[in-house]
Design a protein around this ligand. Structure first.
Ligand SMILES: [Zn+2]
Length: 347
């Protein structure tokens, strides 16, 4: 098994996590990733018109080009309405769970470019005023609001700050690494982006290259279902999707391991490529789980639905409390990276 540099991977992951990137607002985070990957002089970079970052590793004599995709976009929100009290209604981006972001700090990216600090709260948040209603009310976009830490108490005062409908709202990622565990709101899918880059570095440090020309596709619209529908070269034969595994009751996946997902909401993945990946894991001594995810879609599927004629598989580290306050372990990330590296080197 090729050596994965755990420290490099975790440092990169922390940097990516701390750069906000809700779907639709990923340019800065993808720019950061591109700069971090300049240590690989053999990669050719480009950006799709839709904004995804592509990095291509060309090799001589390649007859069966491959691709690897992982997504940089995360959950978040946009300003839906400026309320009469100067606070903001939100519109969720992707499968944001309101319970999981209640009382979280956030930044509003005002149209002026200014970052305005605030937090997301239930609109009747005071226990001493609203009693049982505070805990008994089901949270919805209608009864949650962003309270800005500014002298604004009317709609006009908030508008005067430069806030308007459609401004992005970025929730604090709250990154912590403790005893090998990594905790953050948005491990999905930056954990996998970091794993893919760690795999590239492992090959480069070992003086190796992929068996086939490989396109690394860093997607920017996965959380809304169509990230990799564009940007994968049409001649690609195999597409490895790297995204988190779903952990919970009834699931095989766990935080310490990488999982091969054989089926999710979109149906089964590619049997032949799945079997190839299993053989590669065995040959390289990579322990893995096999699982089915009940409520899940991936960028590999997005490419299939867009007409991509390619074998697609999905692997990724187990992530606890997905789309909540997520956690995984660096062992799962190391094994994800090792599996990606094995895929790259396989003919
Ligand atoms: Zn994901």
């Amino acid at each position: 098994m090729i050596e994965i540099e755990r420290g490099f991977m975790l440092n990169l992951l922390a940097e990516l996590l701390n750069e906000h990137s809700p779907t639709g607002y990923t340019e800065k985070a993808l720019g950061l990733l591109r700069r971090q990957m300049l240590i690989f002089p053999f990669l050719e970079f480009s950006t799709t018109r839709k904004g995804a970052l592509l990095a291509t590793w060309k090799v001589d004599g390649s007859s069966r080009p491959k691709a690897v995709t992982a997504h940089m976009d995360t959950l978040g929100a946009m300003v839906k309405e400026i309320r009469a009290n100067g606070r903001l209604s939100i519109s969720k981006i992707g499968g944001l769970q309101l319970n999981a972001v209640e009382a979280e700090g956030c930044w509003v990216v005002a149209s002026s470019g200014r970052l305005i600090r605030g937090s997301l709260l239930f609109e009747d948040a005071s226990s001493h005023v609203h009693g049982a209603k505070v805990s008994e009310t089901v949270r919805s976009e209608k009864n949650m609001e962003v309270r800005l830490d500014e002298m604004v108490f009317t709609a006009d005062e908030t508008k005067a700050l430069g806030v308007s409908v459609g401004d992005f709202i970025c929730f604090d990622p709250r990154v912590e690494i403790t005893n090998g565990f990594v905790r953050s709101r948005f491990l999905d899918d930056k954990a996998c982006v970091a794993s893919v880059v760690a795999a590239i570095k492992a090959l480069a440090d070992a003086g190796k290259e992929p068996a086939q020309t490989t396109t690394f596709h860093f997607s920017n619209y996965e959380e809304v279902g169509h990230g990799a529908s564009a940007g994968i070269p049409s001649d690609v034969v195999e597409l490895l999707t790297v995204d988190m595994a779903a952990v919970g009751a009834g699931q095989e996946s766990d935080e310490l391991n990488v999982t091969l997902c054989v089926k999710d909401s979109g149906g089964p993945y590619h049997y032949g490529l799945n079997n190839k990946l299993k053989d590669l894991a065995k040959a390289n001594g990579i322990p893995y789980k096999t699982d089915i995810y009940p409520y899940y879609g991936s960028d590999g599927e997005a490419f299939w639905r867009a007409g991509g004629d390619v074998a697609v598989s999905l692997i990724g580290p187990g992530v606890d409390a997905s789309h909540g306050y997520e956690r995984t372990h660096s062992n799962a990330l190391v094994n994800t990276a090792a599996w990606v590296a094995a895929f790259l080197m396989d003919a």
